[in-house]
Design a protein around this ligand. Sequence first.
Ligand SMILES: [Cu+2]
Length: 101
Amino acid sequence: MNTRILTILGMGTVLLAASVAMAAERTVTLAVDNMYCSACPYTVKQSLAKVTGVDEAVVSYEKKTATVPYDDEKTPVAARRAATAQAGYPSHAIDAAAAAR
Ligand SMILES: [Cu+2]
């Protein structure tokens, strides 16, 4: 086997690993509206907990954000936004990468 084939195989492995990594767990930060008291983050957190694929959201009252781990193969970011909106807290993704989706 010559080195060119080995190089191509190596690149293929890297690309495969990259796509597997992309399907793995990610985190999105949502800017959450309407959090007016310190109990609100709890409601937001509960709404996110009902979304399939969300393990545990970290909701900050001070920053008005929800940081949400997610698996984009199971549920898209839009499902998170819909969940908080249904609970009365419209949200939008504020990471550049997630906002593009
Ligand atoms: Cu409140």
